[in-house]
Design a protein around this ligand. Structure first.
Ligand code: C5P
Ligand code: MG
Length: 190
């Protein structure tokens, strides 16, 4: 199996690139943010719990996120591999993912980080907010909080995989196709 983590701050292009990568490599795209938004749209108990965090740009507690991710993986076992988008966002989530994949006899192949500077992220997210319908994209102070949460809680996840020689950064500035080619070069090197 090929199990990729598409990593990077909010607005770095993870979802856009994941959609292209799943086509080329026949992997299953798992976006925990999309799963939360689906639950929120259906007003499920999980969605209602997640909403109180997401609308402030905070992280949903690890136990909730990990449980949801586990369900998604366990109901999709017959795949060639996974692209995790927006997960793991904390060290405990990274540890839980390692454990889950080990139970299935597999492991994370590589974490690829899309590197984009803060002002560009804010610009992209405000632009996306005009059409995404996402409250967390519509307000600059919530966007800046998401970027702070990324720096404080999520960026250590990069070092966690770097210590295992499994993390790489690619330049996340350029056209969608240019960035896609950079990602493919990293995957083809596996
Ligand atoms: O990944 P995405 O940016 O779509 O996630 C949207 C929001 O969902 C995050 O800002 C956060 O509030 C929540 N989330 C989370 N933990 C994750 C993924 C998403 O708390 N692992
Ligand atoms: Mg996304």
């Amino acid at each position: 199996m090929i199990n990729l983590i598409l990593f990077g701050p909010p607005g770095s292009g993870k979802g856009t690139q994941a959609a292209k990568l799943v086509e080329k490599y026949s992997l299953l795209h798992i976006s925990t943010g999309d799963l939360f938004r689906y639950e929120m749209g259906n007003d499920t108990p999980l969605g209602l719990e997640a909403k109180s965090y997401i609308e402030k740009g905070e992280l949903v507690p690890d136990s909730v996120t990990v449980g949801m991710l586990r369900n998604k993986v366990e109901s999709n076992m017959e795949v060639k591999g996974y692209i995790f988008d927006g997960f793991p966002r904390t060290i405990p989530q990274a540890e839980a993912l390692g454990k889950l994949l080990a139970e299935k006899g597999t492991a994370v192949s590589k974490l690829i980080m899309l590197d984009v500077e803060d002002n560009e992220l804010v610009k992209r997210l405000l632009e996306r907010g005009k059409t995404s319908g996402r409250k967390d994209d519509a307000d600059e102070s919530i966007i800046r909080n998401r970027i702070e949460v990324y720096k404080d809680e999520t960026s250590p996840v990069y070092d966690f995989y770097a210590a295992k020689d499994k993390a790489v950064k690619v330049n996340g500035i350029g056209s969608i196709d240019e960035i896609f080619a950079r990602l493919c070069a990293e995957i083809d090197a596996l």
